[in-house]
Design a protein around this ligand. Structure first.
Ligand code: NDP
Length: 246
């Protein structure tokens, strides 16, 4: 299919997980893709190679989204390579799960630096550098809608992402730019599975209507739709992608 023909799409954190799956699906729809990563160069290169092997066009660019200079350089390098950016997908994120009483200052800062400042950094760049009539899709979580112990700080970072999404949607309308976020439920990736027992996974899977984890492609399909011109009248929305979890 060619729903994103000739669009240039920047995806943060596209070396692994939901971001890598989205990068590949976006490329299969005809877009040129910038695969951003922070540390996993081999995985980022693999994502790019898979896109090229399937006949697509992609490059990998390293940048830590929490570092303003690196984000500026990322946007400038992407525009130097492809001429413009039409779609920004803010996918990069980390998750530290601890009871609030056990959360250290370092945990708190690291989580907010990457999830909140990282999103802020890319939104501010996009305000002037994203093409007119472009699209921004950020990544929240269904944990902003439920109260699950140990996710307090993580959910707080994503609540901040959601509110920036709503306000930024109003600010960017004058340039025809739509701004939305997806809010996935538990999805089978390293971020979610790492350190969880089978019992915990089963308990959390039972919170949705289908008694299973989400798969990365199920999130990617919704992001592809939001990035397409079919979604141009959707803006300022947080779209739950969670099998009726909340
Ligand atoms: P993964 O841990 O599988 O992948 C995370 C990606 O983010 C990697 O590509 C990683 O790149 C990148 N990343 C991490 N820190 C930075 C940084 N500072 N700068 C740039 N890139 C960075 O996570 P998921 O695919 O599971 O999650 C993707 C997004 O979806 C996150 O925002 C997460 O919060 C959200 N989400 C995930 C859910 C789930 O159940 N999996 C549910 C709800 C939301 P590298 O390895 O190179 O550092």
């Amino acid at each position: 299919m060619n729903r994103l023909n000739n669009k240039v799409v920047l995806i943060t954190g596209a070396s692994r997980g939901i971001g890598a799956a989205t990068a590949k699906m976006i490329a299969s729809e005809g877009a040129k893709v910038i695969v951003n990563y922070a540390g996993s160069q081999a995985e980022a290169d693999k994502t790019v190679q898979e896109i090229k092997d399937a006949g697509g066009d992609a490059i990998a660019l390293k940048a830590d989204v929490s570092k303003v200079n690196e984000v500026t350089a990322l946007f400038d390098a992407a525009i130097a390579h492809y001429g413009r950016i039409d779609v920004l997908i803010n996918n990069a994120g980390i998750m530290i799960t601890k009871m609030l009483k056990d959360t250290t200052d370092e945990d708190f800062t690291r989580q907010f630096e990457i999830n909140v400042r990282g999103t802020f950094n890319t939104l501010r760049e996009a305000a002037t550098k994203l093409a007119d009539n472009g699209t921004i899709i950020s990544t929240s979580t269904t944990l902003t809608r439920v109260m699950v112990p140990t996710y307090g700080t993580y959910a707080a970072t994503k609540a901040a992402v959601e509110q920036m999404t709503r306000v930024f949607a109003k600010e960017m309308g004058a340039r025809g730019i739509t701004v939305n976020a997806v809010a996935p439920g538990p999805t089978s990736t390293e971020l979610y599975l790492k350190g969880k027992s089978a019992e915990v996974i089963a308990r959390q899977a039972a919170l949705n209507a289908f008694n299973r984890l989400g798969e990365v492609d199920e999130i990617a399909k919704v992001i592809v739709f939001l990035a397409s011109d079919d979604a141009k009248w959707i803006s300022g929305q947080i779209i739950g992608v969670n099998g009726a979890m909340a």
